[in-house]
Design a protein around this ligand. Structure first.
Ligand code: COS
Length: 389
């Protein structure tokens, strides 16, 4: 083992990390400032991800992928997010959009869509609406059964990869009024009549990621595009989010590591009062706390991913813990990194202000950290009720 950061990683995971590092150094670093400033979606870099096999990482081998597990994905997302969390999101936003098919889709759906995604086709997950954010069961988009299909009407909001993706997994109400049991998930392809794109968002961070409205107006999808069965949409969403939250945790971890590295390097270069900044104990203690938080987050995120790969059944709690803790660490560490660079930290010529902006979303999306604490708390009480605590 060369360093602590290699601990517990397989040969394949070390290889994945090296591949991502190479893409980060050669492809992401030269463009991240421009893509962030101008809100450019990284179509070119997504192609590099595809060429390196990264879109196949989360797809089983029988469908043309590498058959990787959660830990493989965590390693990739963490490494890429050290360079740019927004650019990395084109990849794991696709994984999020794919999970409903992967976890709950039929054999035919898997055969039809997964090989395309493994080759680099971008996917997106569409749950959120103007009135259904944390309240995932509050979806108002409807899907009315009509002959051999369903007709969708409604608007999805803040959809990652919106407009750029070719394949969308969309939650709609088939039985409004039945709450969580009234929702169903559908696969909708770009170009389907009645499916168009609305407002593209102008965001604080992850600006290289596309976030856009999806509009459905009498959009007809065949019945074979219904995932898992009518009325199971809320459960598809919950299973998907349980599985995908470690990727947000890995994104947050990567952002924090990137910011920490920047602050440590700066502390040795910048001289004030005739000595480098790191010679001041008060300053050094701030870096020490940042580094300790990063290690603690990494331990939790890796433990979560390894437990999921080992087949842990009830993953909601550990997945929520990893996402919640790592994103809180990312916010705290990036804020301190800006402080560590002083006035320069506030300027765009250093990347820490971008990292601080990017970190914020990790506390909000895929379930706010208040929702994560709710999931953790409810799981604790359930464990106590069943005698596990
Ligand atoms: N896996 C499987 N089933 C789950 C589940 C999970 N993780 N979480 C809840 N369920 C089940 C419950 O067991 C319940 O089933 P029963 O009625 O058979 O008991 C059903 O789903 C409804 O659960 P609950 O009553 O807890 O639903 P709520 O409407 O209170 O919502 C939360 C639960 C808050 C956890 C859910 O709405 C949520 O995750 N919200 C955040 C959504 C989100 O992440 N949005 C971001 C957009 S995606 S980028």
């Amino acid at each position: 083992m060369e360093s602590l950061s290699d601990l517990g990683l397989t040969e394949l995971q070390l290889e994945i990390r090296n591949t991502c590092r190479e893409i980060g150094e050669k492809k992401i670093l030269p463009v991240r400032e421009k893509y962030d400033a101008e809100g450019i979606f990284p179509t070119d870099i997504a192609k590099d991800f595809a060429d390196a096999g990264l879109f196949g990482l989360f797809i089983p081998e029988e469908f043309g992928g590498m058959g990787g597990g959660t830990m493989d994905m965590v390693v990739a997302v963490e490494e890429l997010s050290k360079y740019c969390a927004g650019i990395a999101l084109s990849l794991f936003g696709t994984a999020l959009g794919t999970l409903p098919i992967l976890l709950c889709g039929s054999e035919e759906q898997k055969r039809k869509y997964l090989p395309r995604i493994a080759e680099g086709t971008i996917a997106a997950f569409a749950l959120t609406e103007a009135n259904a954010g944390s309240d995932a069961a509050g979806v108002r988009t409807t899907a009315v059964e009509d002959g051999d299909g369903y007709v969708l009407n409604g608007t999805k909001q803040w959809i990652t990869n919106g407009g750029e993706a070719d394949i969308y997994t969309v939650c709609a109400m088939t039985d409004p009024g039945r709450g969580a049991r009234g929702a169903s998930f559908f696969i909708v392809e770009k170009g389907t009549p009645g499916f168009s794109f609305g407002k593209k968002e102008n965001k604080m961070g992850i600006r290289a990621s596309a976030t856009r409205e999806l509009v459905f107006q009498d959009c007809r999808v065949p019945k074979e595009n219904l995932i898992w069965g009518r009325g199971r949409g809320f459960f598809v969403a919950m299973k998907t989010l349980d599985q995908s939250r470690p990727s947000v945790a890995a994104q947050a971890l990567g952002i924090a590591e990137g910011a920490l590295a920047c602050a440590v390097r700066y502390s040795r270069e910048r001289r004030q009062f005739g000595q480098p900044l790191c010679a001041n104990q008060g300053y050094l203690f701030m870096l020490s706390d940042m580094a300790t938080k990063v290690e603690a987050a990494k331990a939790l995120v890796y433990r979560c991913a390894q437990a999921m790969d080992a087949g842990l059944k009830d993953i909601s709690k550990i997945s929520a813990m990893a996402k919640c803790y790592a994103s809180d660490v990312a916010m705290s560490v990036t804020t301190d990194a800006v402080q560590a660079l002083g006035g320069y930290g506030y300027m765009k010529e250093y990347p820490v202000e971008k990292m601080m902006r990017d970190a914020k979303i990790t506390q909000i999306y895929e379930g706010t950290n208040q929702i994560q604490r709710d999931v953790i708390g409810k799981a604790l009480i359930k464990e106590a009720a069943s005698g596990q605590i």
